[in-house]
Write a protein that binds this ligand. Structure first.
Ligand code: AMP
Length: 281
C-alpha cells in the first residue's frame, strides 16, 4: 500500500496506474470504522486501483465545531486499509490542499442550504469544494459515498451532473452497530449514558417507518410520530427531522415516491445524523 502525503505524490501515483485500470476513490476524514470499510470493500469489488483519501477538511467545519478535537487515528487507519488491500492512501496536509489565499469554491446552490446546511452554514460548500478537488487530483472513474450522509450524496450527484465530472457515484448502505446506532467517527465522543440516549434517533426513524408501513402517507403525521419518540429522551436536542425528496432535498408533504426521512440531533454536545428511505411502490 502506497501512502501519498502530497498532491504531487498522488498525481505521480495516478499517472503510473494502468491505462485500462478503473480507479476507485473512497473519500474519508479518517477515524475509520466498519461504515468506511464497507465502502472500501465495495470499491475493491469493482475497481483497481482503490484510493482512500484521509483528510479532515477544515472547510466543512464551522467556527464553533469540532475540527480541533475530531478523532485522528492515522496509523490505525492505515493498518485497517492495508488489511483491505487498498492500493493508495492519499493523506495530504491542509496547507497542500488549500494554498494560501485560495478563494475558489464549488457551491451547489439551492441544495447546500438544506438539512445540515441550514444549521451548518458553509458545510456543504466545504464538502463540494474538497470533493471537486479530490476528483481533479485522483481522477477516479468511480467514487464511493455512504447513504449515512444522504444529503451529501444528493449534493455530490448534482455537482457531478452539473459540472460534467467523468465520475460514477456509488452509494453504499448505512452500516449500524448491532443495536441500531449508525456508525460514525463522532460516536467516540459519547459518554456511556449518551451512547444509550443516541439510540433514540434510530428508534424515531423506525417508528416513522412503522407508521408508513401501516399506511400513513402525510409527512406531517410521520414527523409528529418521530418527534414524539425523540421527545422522550431528555438529553437529546433535535436539530431537524425532515421528510424530503432524495434528489432535490425539497420537503414533501405527501409520500408518493421514494422519500428520504433525515434527522439530526445533539446528544449532549455531539451532533449526530441518521436517515431512512421510504419506498412507495
Ligand atoms: P467521513 O469520514 O465521516 O467523512 O465519511 C466518509 C464516508 O463514509 C462518507 O461517504 C460517509 O457517508 C461514509 N460513512 C460514514 N459513516 C457511515 C456508515 N455508518 N455507513 C456507511 N457509510 C458511512
Amino acid at each position: 500500500m502506497r501512502i501519498c502525503e502530497s498532491v504531487e505524490q498522488m498525481r505521480r501515483a495516478r499517472v503510473l496506474t494502468h491505462p485500462d485500470g478503473c480507479v476507485g476513490l473512497v473519500p474519508t476524514m479518517g477515524a475509520l470504522h466498519e461504515g468506511h470499510l464497507s465502502l472500501v470493500r465495495a470499491a475493491k469489488a469493482r475497481c483497481e486501483p482503490v484510493v482512500v483519501s484521509i483528510f479532515v477538511n477544515p472547510l466543512q467545519f464551522g467556527p464553533n465545531e469540532d475540527l480541533a478535537r475530531y478523532p485522528r487515528t492515522f496509523e490505525r487507519d492505515c493498518e485497517l486499509l492495508e488489511r483491505e488491500k487498498v492500493d493508495i492512501v492519499f493523506a495530504p496536509s491542509v496547507e497542500d490542499m488549500y494554498p494560501k489565499n485560495a478563494v475558489t469554491y464549488v457551491t451547489v446552490e439551492g441544495m447546500s442550504e438544506k438539512l445540515c446546511g441550514r444549521s451548518r452554514p458553509g458545510h456543504f460548500r466545504g464538502v463540494t469544494t474538497v470533493v471537486a478537488k479530490l476528483f481533479h487530483i485522483v481522477e477516479p472513474e468511480l467514487a464511493f459515498f455512504g447513504q449515512k450522509d444522504a444529503a451529501q450524496c444528493a449534493i455530490i450527484r448534482r455537482m457531478v451532473r452539473d459540472l460534467n465530472f467523468p465520475v460514477e457515484i456509488v452509494v453504499g448502505p448505512i452500516v449500524r452497530e448491532p443495536d441500531g446506532l449508525a456508525m460514525s467517527s463522532r460516536n467516540v465522543y459519547l459518554s456511556e449514558q449518551e451512547r444509550k440516549a443516541a439510540l433514540v434517533l434510530h428508534r424515531a426513524l423506525s417508528e416513522m417507518k412503522n407508521c408508513f408501513d401501516r399506511g400513513e402517507r402525510s409527512a406531517g403525521g410521520l414527523v409528529e410520530a418521530g418527534k414524539l419518540v425523540l421527545s422522550q429522551e431528555a438529553g437529546v436536542r433535535l436539530d431537524y427531522l425532515e421528510v424530503v425528496d432524495p434528489d432535490t432535498l425539497n420537503p414533501v408533504s405527501e409520500i408518493r415516491s421514494e422519500t428520504l426521512v433525515a434527522v439530526a440531533a445533539f446528544v449532549g454536545r455531539t451532533r449526530l445524523i441518521d436517515n431512512i428511505v421510504l419506498q412507495e411502490f
